[in-house]
Design a protein around this ligand. Structure first.
Ligand code: HEM
Length: 377
């Protein structure tokens, strides 16, 4: 009797498993065909600005200020994103001596030229948490003493060229409209549900949910051992590009970071301190650009789509050296907190493009002014 039951149960279980596998494969095949058709080129090389973008942007600024206020501590207002820094370090950015002529634009115009810079390394979250928590990791670079008129008219940033990145290659929303509804839902405490705005399956953003989950990844061993991406596109002279900063340890003296205690809340800062300040070993990176090939699906207006490296590989335009240094002092940490990065602190040759970048212009300016005004001593 019992034997017959187990045989029957085994057959039922086998059939259920078969159905699950068939549904999974079917879903995958439908998805592959759907995205194969939807994500095919050619695409526009120009920006396309929706009529309601400015109004949506105003609403997002208000939401961002609300988030900043929710997370302020007693004395300081923090950034709305990337609130926790691992440190601000001095860096040298040197234009590659053999940079392609076609890419010699803006700050990359003179092969061999070295720019002094401030690099801020951060966790992505809106308030500080243990480094062990799954999160995006940010890198922001500010080149100093850059001559020429800038896109931002703010006099404090008149000589700066910023590069602002984090360590995932795709963004979790497509445009300003989706950002608005997603951010509002997240602010209401909805997490995964923010990607399912209504009962209508056509509104579900499962691909974007997967990107969001992948973006929240375990911490690297040290902030200098992960690749940081612009994610959104930019001009480089007449070209449309994305950029990234990739570790290049082979350009620095060989170094093995001693194992860090990852249970400590700030072990990423500790790792940086260990390498740069205790062991006095520099860190090296390459700054690379990837050109849009508009024959293929490399859109300007959707940073949730990674541009294919097979079709358009990244090319190195500069190297970055973070020299051995002491960076973890009270004064420098305060200075770091008071820095403002913005992709629009830029020469016109490096103009940010696409909806998410247009949105960032207004939001970064507003949040930066808001927190700096309130953090005056
Ligand atoms: C391509 C997508 C994005 C990337 C790569 C990115 C990356 C970063 C990084 C690395 C920082 C920290 C800068 C620093 O160290 O001071 C930052 C700050 C910030 N981000 Fe983003 N971000 C992106 C999109 C957005 C969007 C869509 C918004 C909201 C509309 C946003 C809002 C902010 C704000 C408000 C700050 C703080 C600005 C300040 O107070 O100075 N970011 N972002």
């Amino acid at each position: 009797m019992l034997k017959r039951f187990w045989l029957w149960f085994g057959r039922v279980l086998g059939k259920v498993l078969l159905v699950v596998v068939a549904v999974g494969l079917g879903g995958w095949a439908i998805g592959a065909v759907y995205y194969g058709v939807k994500f095919s080129g050619p695409v526009s090389t120009e920006e396309q600005i929706p009529a309601d973008e400015a109004a949506l942007t105003q609403g997002i600024i208000e939401d961002a200020i609300r988030v900043v206020e929710q997370h302020r501590d007693n004395t300081r207002v923090m950034r709305d994103a990337h609130a926790k820094a691992h440190g601000c370090v001095k860096a040298e950015v040197t234009v590659s001596p053999n940079i392609d002529r076609d890419l010699q634009r803006g700050v990359f115009s003179e092969p061999g030229q070295t720019w002094q810079a401030w690099m801020r390394l951060s966790n992505g979250n809106a308030y500080p948490q243990f480094d062990r928590a799954r999160d995006a990791r940010g890198m922001a670079i500010k080149l100093l003493d850059v001559p020429g008129e800038k896109l931002s008219k703010s006099p404090q940033h008149a000589y700066e060229q910023d590069f602002v990145m984090f360590n995932h290659p795709a963004f979790f929303v497509r445009d300003v409209a989706e950002y608005k509804s997603n951010f509002a839902a997240q602010a209401d405490g909805k997490k995964a549900l923010a990607f399912f705005p209504s009962w209508n399956p056509a509104s579900w953003e499962i691909r974007h949910l997967i990107i969001a989950l992948k973006t929240l990844s375990p911490a690297p061993e040290t902030p200098v051992a992960t690749t940081y991406n612009s994610i959104a596109p930019f001009k480089l002279g007449e070209h449309n590009i994305k950029y990234r900063v990739i570790p290049q340890p082979e350009a620095c003296p060989p170094y093995q970071l001693p194992e860090q205690n990852q249970d400590l809340p700030n072990f990423l800062r500790n790792a940086l301190y260990q390498q740069l300040s205790l062991d006095r070993v520099p860190a090296c990176f390459a700054l690379q650009v990837q050109q849009q090939n508009a024959e293929y699906y490399m859109p300007i207006e959707d940073p949730s789509v990674e541009w294919s490296e097979r079709i358009s590989p990244f090319e190195t335009v500069a190297t970055i050296r973070v020299p051995a240094q002491d960076f973890d002092s009270r004064e420098q940490n305060l200075f770091c907190d008071n820095l403002s990065y913005n992709p629009w602190h830029a020469l016109p040759e490096h103009r940010p493009i696409g909806g998410i970048n247009r949105l960032r212009k207004a939001v970064y300016e507003a949040v930066s002014v808001y927190r700096l005004e309130r953090n005056q001593p």
